[in-house]
Design a protein around this ligand. Structure first.
Ligand code: IVH
Length: 671
């Protein structure tokens, strides 16, 4: 076939593929379809027809193939038309002066620069066609990146449609906001999961998830800073930033036009001091020649442009001495080591404690009491110990050993096989664990009892007024009013707030119980599935693992919790005080997420056997059918789907990947 014809067919395939991807996203991720199902089916059918007629030109990243489950195998490569460059670094004022001089001589006079913050995240390239977001890729090796469209599409700041119908390629940085990073770690801690190391790694890990649902939960953010190509190019970098903003992109607002070394250096000192105030991490600044025509003429070296440079901030570390290493006991009994330090200034604040995380990290760093260490902020409020300055180690220090007995209750301490954590085994007989579990029980995401903060909990424990969470419900206002710093008003309020918490839905109560590995999300899944505390408490391991998303580890932990007589007794008491033990209908919008659906399963799924998938469909209110017909509402296609997939396409029946199926089961299509 003649070349022009090939080009026309491929162009049409590409157009259809992009339209399908766009509408998939609107439909599946945002629940805001712009076209009818019939119109969507027409697009799919046309692309299918072309793929059947011209299999040799089928697009490697065809959305029809990836819907069938192949996207699970990894990320599709994206080849860039122009390389995605990185930057050369400047380290001090002298190097900055030299760069400015060079640019001034190229400009034959004064040279203006656009100074920007360097966001410490992950570079992404975004493609828009006629104003529509069609694709996102990681930087990869600069020539070929990975298609991360589905993941990037979960970022709420990302404009899906620009304010003008322009075709353009832009570059930006995906990052995890510090506030979000802290919240995520708090959630993970509550669920007994290991903490994420720092925002950058967390962002990188989130972007490379094969299941976009996981990416969505992380809630990544985005800043855009470069127009790589556009139908109407702009002359100056500062205009590019303004234009990107005007089109609806998130642009970091602290950029500044500068001229001359002094003005650039003032920008450096300003941000060296103020960067801790930002809600994202910045590891430096970027200085770009503002005149993009001149920049183009200067061109690039192999890897980096000649017209732009990064100024890297020195890592913020401080040297100080460890006075002692203390252990705190968490809600689930984990012993967490913290270094108490000689106070030292770090990134604008006075620091006197640093995290040592766990036994493995202490051993790897060989940190001892009395050591001089470097501490650093890692996106957390409490900094961490980075390394020991061995040249300053005092005589007579000894390696740190975890105690055999709990520092709070004297109970037995054991290291959990396969984990870095040492744990006090005394459970609810350990006052530290009771304290933490009371604080957790009343916290906002759990039973949301205002007024039940740390101080109040400490007071109630010290007075012997509570021994476990159920005792909260028999507290009397008169008794509380007699406590130090508690008047009749506060006492009345607390009693009223505690009483109001009896009506919280089952999902919150499950979360509030503080079962290991059961965070908010898992609690919701369990509540939605079992509907009543009694059913959950009686569930066998098999019944638990049959719930999508519940693996062996969670199932085992839930079982252990409900087998423990002390926990059963607390639950009975809670019931006796009239706490709600079920999930009100309105809290479970998708009680039967697959109601009305007639599904056919084909191919191999990774989370379920065929039978498990079919059982899950029935449990979710759907109907299973063994062959595809006009009555079929969707086909769930795993690896190596058979002829049923063909048949579905012929009939225009929607095809769900396994990830999509999981989302639907959870009833979270639009969330
Ligand atoms: S400009 C040719 N501007 O820093 C343009 N990069 O060390 C090169 N980065 O790989 C990039 N913020 O991922 C530019 N405002 C900003 C940036 C920025 C963060 C990242 C980018 C790049 C790395 C270079």
């Amino acid at each position: 076939m003649a070349e022009p014809e090939r080009e026309a067919v491929v162009a049409r395939m590409r157009h259809l593929a992009e339209a399908i991807r766009y509408h998939n996203h609107l439909y599946y991720d945002l629940d805001q379809p712009e076209i009818t199902d019939a119109e969507y089916d027409q697009l799919v059918q046309e692309l299918e027809r072309l793929e059947r007629l011209y299999p040799e030109w089928k697009l490697p990243d065809s959305p029809l193939t990836s819907v069938g489950g192949q996207a699970q195998e990894g990320f599709v490569p994206v080849r860039f038309a122009q390389p995605v460059l990185s930057l050369m670094n400047l380290h001090d004022r002298d190097e900055l002066e030299e760069f400015v001089r060079r640019m001034e001589s190229e400009a034959n006079g004064a040279a203006a620069f656009c100074a920007e913050l360097k966001i410490d995240g992950l570079s992404v390239i975004l493609f828009y066609e006629q104003g529509r977001f069609v694709r996102a890729a990681t930087r990869g090796d600069g020539l070929v990146g990975e298609d991360v469209t589905a993941n990037v599409a979960t970022i709420s700041e990302l404009p899906l449609r620009l304010r003008e119908p322009v075709t353009m390629e832009v570059r930006g940085e995906v990052y995890l906001a510090r506030s979000r990073f802290r919240a995520l770690n708090a959630e993970r801690e509550a669920a007994g999961l290991p903490r994420l190391a720092n925002p950058r790694n967390a962002a990188a890990g989130s972007l490379r998830q094969l299941d976009p649902e996981i990416t969505r939960e992380r809630r990544l953010s985005l800043f855009v800073y470069e127009i790589r190509s556009a139908s109407e190019p702009v002359r100056f970098q500062h205009q590019a930033l303004q234009r990107l903003s005007a089109l609806g992109f998130p642009v970091e607002p602290h950029w500044q036009r500068c001229q001359g070394v002094d003005s650039l250096w003032a920008y450096v000192t300003r941000w060296q001091n103020q960067r801790e105030e930002l809600d994202f991490e910045t590891d430096g600044l970027v200085f770009k020649l503002d005149d993009l025509d001149l920049a183009r003429r200067l061109g690039n070296t192999q890897k980096a442009p000649r017209w732009a440079m990064a100024f890297k901030f020195p890592p913020e570390e401080a040297l100080t001495q460890i006075r002692r290493i203390v252990l705190s006991v968490g809600r689930t009994g984990t012993l967490t080591p913290t270094a108490e330090l000689e106070p030292v200034r770090l990134a604008g604040t006075q620091v006197s404690r640093a995290s040592l995380h766990n036994a493995d990290i202490i051993a790897a760093l060989d940190v001892r009491e009395g050591d001089f260490v470097y501490v650093r902020k890692a996106g957390e409020i409490i900094p961490e110990v980075v390394r020991v300055e061995f040249s300053l180690r005092p005589e007579g220090t000894r390696p740190f050993v975890f105690p055999e007995r709990c520092p709070v209750c004297g109970g037995e301490v054991r290291r959990v096989p396969g984990e870095a954590a040492y744990r006090c085994l005394n459970g609810m007989a350990c006052p530290a664990q009771i304290r933490e579990s009371l604080i957790h029980f009343g916290s906002r995401a759990a039973m949301d009892i205002e007024g039940l903060g740390e101080k109040t909990v400490d007071l109630l424990l010290a007075q012997g007024m509570v021994h476990d969470v159920s005792d909260l419900y028999q507290l009397k206002a008169e008794a509380l009013a007699a406590l130090p710093r508690f008047g009749p008003v506060l006492a009345q309020k607390l009693v009223a707030n505690i009483a109001a918490s009896k009506e919280r839905p089952l999902s919150r109560l499950i979360f509030a119980l503080g079962i290991r590995f059961v965070g908010e999300k898992v609690a919701q899944v369990l509540a939605r599935h079992f509907q009543h505390m009694d059913r959950l408490a009686a569930a066998s391991r098999e019944e638990l693992t049959a719930v999508p998303e519940i693996g062996d580890k969670i199932a085992e932990s839930v079982r252990q919790f409900f087998e423990e007589p002390r926990n059963r007794a607390v639950l009975e008491k809670l019931k006796g005080y009239g706490l709600r033990m079920d999930e009100p209908a309105e809290a479970v919008p998708a009680a039967a997420p697959l109601a009305g659906q007639v599904l056919v399963v084909t191919g191999t799924l990774s989370h379920f056997s065929r039978r498990e998938a079919e059982e899950a469909i029935v449990r979710a209110g759907g109907e299973v059918s063994s062959s595809v017909s006009r009555r079929t509402t969707a086909v769930v296609a795993g690896e190596k789907p058979g002829s049923k997939l063909e048949r579905a396409r012929e009939l225009g029946v929607p095809v769900w990947s396994e990830a999509e199926f999981l989302r639907r089961l959870r009833g979270t299509t639009g969330a």
